[in-house]
Design a protein around this ligand. Structure first.
Ligand code: ADP
Ligand code: MG
Length: 670
């Protein structure tokens, strides 16, 4: 195979020519020098031909190829002769590179000008490859040329691309980690990288963050904390965990982070960067706090449930005798007022017990459709008594009715607790404002306030012009047993009861307060449709009828037993008292012919109500039994101490209600 050396090699041809020179003397004179030049040229050509770059000498204006290196032939597949017949514009994409085109096409001068173009070069067999071409204007023998040096950058492109892809991949991973990931330079502690989660959390864009330090972005105290931790990590040269730190975002909101910081070293072992990974634990913290709150409430509930039974027995005695005394005294007695205060107080105490149970979810709510505005109106007269003369009560009640389903006793309790606190907050007097209204809560409200659920609500607001609270206190007021009042004055239960009641009504409560200015509580209770509310009619109960039947009263508490006995005998009944379960069975056996009804405490010594009942049923399957208990129905049922379908009166029993229930049962045909 002939190489291009054989066919067309000017040096080779010259060599041949020289060898043929006739005159020996001439030959002798020039030959060594020529020989030397020739060798130089050969070396130089080899240098160019073996280069990896393709070299073109092209004519200005036309771009025609005047000379070309062998490396160009190798790379592109064209022969030298083929190259010399064309222009570089035909074999490349240079026509699309304005700078390069201008450099070549400019007819005159411009020596020393150069430019760089990245464009395609064409292979002979078709196809193309990407080249980086350096173009230099030059003059040679009074002619202008452009020297084009082209380098195949396909491979480089490929590695670049691969690198870019892997960078992208990594960036993608980092961006999609659901935690803030950032890096700071170790020297100046400025942000040099941050991922998407970080931008979202902080509310700043990457551009705003990069190059800035914590002191440019966050409140002084926070920034100082972050920097001190940064310095600690760099000094330790090891990972540091910060279990909790607070950061203020652009919107002004505080978020709680759990952060780990890690130093990154260069090849010499110097810490160059600091890597941080921060997880937003705000929501989890809130849940934990809620859990803690509910655990505390659970504890209160247990306590309340535990004392309710005995406590209610005592209350029942007070209220029962109070009631009887009231009837005995008659309407004109000078003691009537005082007696009413006693009964009132006992009623409130009974309500408190009920509320305690409600908030521990052990009390079955007695929800009814009612008008919240109405309840507020009615409870106001109590409130006046609670707050005293130095505090002015003002109410701003909306025109609208507020149909809700509530346990009105519990709502009263809420208002009483709030008013009591308001009174304590205004020892020198002030203003207490109670308002009601109607409110539509939409998604935007929920978003903006961070609580609530969209819907229509009845709103009660209770404001005072008292001492107010700082943020620390405000955050804790719903905690059971949290009080800022002196021993003996505060129980710390008022607000937790309020909270429990509101929650049980599927509502929510918020508090706004500032020290020395005052406090406003807002309570939102879901509204029901108006038509439903219309159905609710208050039925005025008829006074209960008495009777002459014989009733066996089994009750271990002597006070309660005596009260029941007096209530029943006062209405014409004959009562046989029994003081425990066993006594009840014995007395029934002895009087089975006369006893028409047994009033039976569920929890009694010796034999429980249920055990006693089983034995009595063996004696007489037909006798009617009415249970009484200080525990609520759900507790009793959960403890399996009562037959399903059994009749129950709750303690403290109101005498009228007891009489009504007794009559009702006696009149029932079995
Ligand atoms: P207590 O009244 O027995 O202290 P609460 O649960 O009713 O318990 O209230 C808890 C605490 O909340 C109070 O001790 C008080 O610091 C604060 N607080 C409640 N209501 C108000 C109010 N209207 N103004 C100022 N502080 C209040
Ligand atoms: Mg209180």
């Amino acid at each position: 195979m002939k190489t291009y050396h054989d066919t067309f090699d000017p040096l080779y041809a010259l060599q041949k020519k020289l060898a043929g020179f006739g005159e020996y003397s001439i030959r002798k004179t020039y030959y060594p020098e020529l020989q030397q030049r020739l060798e130089e040229l050969e070396r130089f050509k080899a240098l160019i031909d073996h280069s990896n770059d393709a070299l073109f000498l092209i004519k200005v204006v036309t771009g025609r190829i005047a000379d070309v290196s062998e490396s160009a032939c190798r790379q592109m597949g064209w022969t030298r002769a083929e190259f010399l017949e064309t222009s570089l514009f035909d074999l490349s994409g240079l026509a699309n590179c304005p700078e390069a085109e201008k450099l070549i096409k400019q007819p005159l001068g411009g020596g020393g000008e150069r430019t760089l173009a990245v464009t395609d070069l064409l292979w002979k067999g078709g196809g193309r490859f990407l080249a980086e071409i350096t173009l230099n204007r030059m003059s040679f023998h009074d002619e202008d040329y452009v020297l084009a040096v082209a380098r195949d950058i396909t491979e480089r492109k490929r590695t670049d691309e691969a690198l870019r892809q892997s960078e992208n991949f990594l960036k993608n991973i980092v961006d999609n980690i659901p935690a803030m990931v950032f890096a700071k330079d170790a020297a100046e502690l400025r942000y040099v990288a941050i991922n998407k989660a970080g931008e979202q959390l902080l509310g700043y864009s990457r551009d705003e963050l990069l190059g800035r330090g914590d002191h440019d972005l966050f409140p002084e105290e926070q920034a100082e904390f972050f920097s001190s931790k940064d310095r600690e990590v760099l000094a330790r040269r090891d990972l540091l965990e910060i279990p909790e730190e607070t950061i203020k975002t652009r919107s002004g909101e505080d978020r709680i982070l759990r952060t780990r910081k890690i130093p990154l070293f260069d090849s010499k072992g110097n810490a160059r960067y600091l890597l941080g990974i921060a997880e937003d634990i705000t929501d989890r913290k809130q849940l934990e706090e809620q859990l803690l709150q509910s655990q505390k409430m659970e504890a209160v509930g247990q306590l309340a449930g535990g004392v309710a039974h005995d406590f209610n027995n005592i209350l029942m005695v007070i209220m029962g005798y109070g009631g009887m005394l009231k009837t005995d005294l008659g309407p004109d007695s000078p003691h009537k007022d005082k007696l009413e205060q006693i009964i009132d107080a006992a009623e409130r105490a009974a309500q408190l017990t009920c509320s305690l149970l409600a908030f521990s979810r052990k009390q079955v709510m007695k929800p009814r459709a009612a008008d919240l505005k109405n309840i507020v109106e009615q409870v106001q007269r109590f409130l006046v008594r609670i707050i005293g003369e130095d505090i002015q009560l003002r109410s701003i009640l909306a025109a609208d009715n507020l149909p809700v389903v509530v346990d009105s006793g519990q709502i009263e309790q809420v208002l009483i607790n709030l008013a009591t606190n308001a009174r304590d907050a205004m020892p020198k007097g002030g203003l207490l404002t109670i308002g009601t209204g109607l409110l539509d809560i939409d998604a935007a409200f929920v978003q903006a306030n961070g609580y609530g659920e969209p819907g229509r609500y009845a709103l009660i607001s209770v404001s005072d012009s008292g001492i107010g609270m700082d943020e620390k206190t405000r955050k804790r007021i719903f905690e059971p047993f949290f009080t800022t009042k002196e021993v003996g004055k505060g129980t710390g239960l008022g607000m937790s009861i309020v909270y429990g009641i509101v929650k049980q009504h599927h509502g929510f409560i918020n508090v706004y307060s500032e020290p020395q200015i005052g406090t406003t509580f807002r309570i939102y209770i879901p509204l029901i449709a108006r038509e439903l509310a219309e159905c609710e009619r208050i039925i005025t109960p008829a006074p209960p009828k008495g009777g002459s039947e014989t009733i066996l009263v089994a009750e271990d508490d002597p006070g309660v037993r005596k009260l029941m006995q007096e209530v029943l005998t006062g209405s014409g009944y004959t009562v046989i008292p029994a003081e425990d379960g066993q006594d009840a069975v014995d007395k029934f056996r002895a009087n089975r012919a006369t006893v028409k009804l047994i009033l039976m405490d569920i929890i009694m010594p010796k034999k429980s109500g249920k055990e006693a009942c089983c034995e009595i049923r063996l004696i007489d399957d037909d006798v009617k039994i009415l249970y009484s208990s200080g525990y609520t129905l759900d507790i009793i049922q959960s403890r399996d101490v009562l037959d399903t379908g059994a009749e129950l009166v709750m303690k403290p029993v109101q005498p009228l209600e007891l009489l009504r229930k007794v009559r009702e049962l006696l009149d029932n045909e079995r």
